[in-house]
Design a binder for this molecule. Structure first.
Ligand SMILES: Cc1cc2nc3c(=O)[nH]c(=O)nc-3n(C[C@H](O)[C@H](O)[C@H](O)COP(=O)(O)OP(=O)(O)OC[C@H]3O[C@@H](n4cnc5c(N)ncnc54)[C@H](O)[C@@H]3O)c2cc1C
Length: 387
């Protein structure tokens, strides 16, 4: 069997890795990726964090598998016994809420999935994090295991390296056409003029998934939405800092001796598609600083060291990934629209897509709740814990 994977970020690389792990010599895998440096790829521009605190069981299960690969990277991703350096720092997410109900609902899902989370009242929060302003919060949830942060680019590269060591081939090119006859894709046309035939094709083009879908005449509703991340310095050290998600949509966490932080627009905020990948420096004064200094008075003294921008690949209907065969063209598999949590879900998505291609069904985590059918039927799988 021949499979073409379109896009060689963390997700495409994970698809290739699991196709070779599960299919061995029976499957020939070509990953088509125009930029081996991943300069604009989300995998290299992310905040590189992992959490177990989602409000859907399938997202929790995917994160659990992502954490397994991170925590046991040498076993899963090592090549020839060389250690795998991902800079993984075990940590915790702290979701702060002014309305306790949403957190309580999420907590019920997390408990059913065996996720270790502590719910903290404002008084308990104040005792644990003396630097945090809590008087306007109703409740917070703190992850107790399976969360932290890592080097996203190193993660994508390690997954790709392992896939190559198992025989997956990388080709430096861009897919500019997809030849479709009826309900089947037959070949990808590359920008060097060549054609690659295959039995199955995987759209792993991250924020550009919509454009790849259009090459096959299909609507893949994924939007490239710019997010600016700021690296910050603060003269006051904050002990035991989790990744704090503020009700304002601003989050921050430690990064080395300083912090990184960003703002995600809410449903009523403007969030245009395809803005150039330049950081929006005005966001610091307009959005981040007021929220950060409110939540942590010591952050009044924050200074910006640098900033960068990357694209969230947003699936606006429900902010959840679209994974699996496209019903109108079943040999095109989607692994798209992760909406800001695709690095941690790359291994589970890659394994699931590989299982589907090789066996026609999911064998480990059942990803059918994330299938394209819900998208076409406009039946959202609502995720409450959106960042
Ligand atoms: C600021 C920011 C913070 C984030 N924080 C987190 C986080 O903390 N945790 C987390 O889990 N996720 C996070 N994410 C999301 C995460 O980075 C993405 O979900 C993930 O990297 C998606 O991986 P991907 O491989 O699908 O896409 P990408 O890494 O973007 O890779 C897609 C690749 O497809 C290639 N491509 C595009 N078009 C074509 C074509 N026509 N032919 C061939 N190749 C093509 C591109 O060159 C690119 O390399 C964040 C994202 C951003 C921007």
């Amino acid at each position: 069997m021949k499979v073409v994977v379109i896009g060689g970020g963390a997700v495409g690389s994970a698809v290739a890795l699991f196709l070779k792990r599960l299919g061995g010599a029976d499957v020939a895998v070509q990953v088509i990726e125009p930029d081996p440096t991943l300069r604009q790829a989300s995998s290299a521009l992310s905040a590189g964090s992992i959490r177990q605190q989602f409000s859907n069981a399938v997202n929790v299960q995917m994160s659990r598998f992502g954490h397994e690969l991170l925590a046991q990277a040498d076993e899963w991703l090592g090549v020839d016994g060389a250690p795998v350096a991902l800079g993984f720092v075990p940590g915790a997410y702290l979701f702060c809420a002014t309305d306790a109900d949403a957190l309580l609902a999420n907590h019920r899902v997390q408990q059913a999935e065996g996720v270790a989370v502590a719910l903290l009242t404002p008084a308990e929060l104040g005792q644990r994090f003396a630097w945090l302003r809590c008087d306007d919060l109703a409740l917070a949830s703190l992850g107790l295991a399976g969360e932290g942060w890592f080097d996203g680019e190193a993660w994508a590269r390690a997954i790709a390296h392992k896939a190559r060591s198992l025989g997956a081939q990388w080709r430096r090119a861009k897919v500019v056409g997809l030849e479709r006859r009826g309900a089947r894709l037959q070949a990808a046309v590359l920008d060097d003029g060549s054609r690659v035939e295959a039995d199955a094709f995987v759209n792993a083009a991250g924020p550009w998934a919509g454009a790849v879908g259009r090459l096959a005449g299909l609507d893949v509703p994924v939007h490239a939405r710019r997010r600016t991340v700021f690296a910050l310095r603060c003269p006051t050290a904050l002990p035991q800092t989790p990744l704090v998600v503020d009700p304002s949509g601003v989050w921050f966490r430690t990064e080395g001796a300083g912090f990184i932080a960003a703002w995600s627009p809410g449903p009523d905020d403007e969030d245009p598609d395809d803005l150039p990948l330049e950081p929006d420096l005005t966001q610091f004064e307009q959005k981040l600083w007021p929220a950060l200094a409110h939540r942590v008075p010591a952050f009044e003294a924050l200074r910006v060291s640098r900033a960068w921008a990357g694209y969230y690949e947003v699936h606006a209907m429900d902010h959840n990934a679209i994974i699996g065969p496209h019903p109108d063209c079943p040999n095109l598999l989607l692994a798209n629209g992760f909406s800001g949590h695709g690095l941690q879900h790359a291994p589970a998505a890659g394994r699931g897509v590989a299982e589907w291609i090789l066996h026609g069904r999911y064998q480990s985590i059942d990803l059918s709740a994330l299938g394209c059918e819900r998208v076409l039927a406009k039946r959202p799988l609502i995720e409450q814990a959106i960042i």
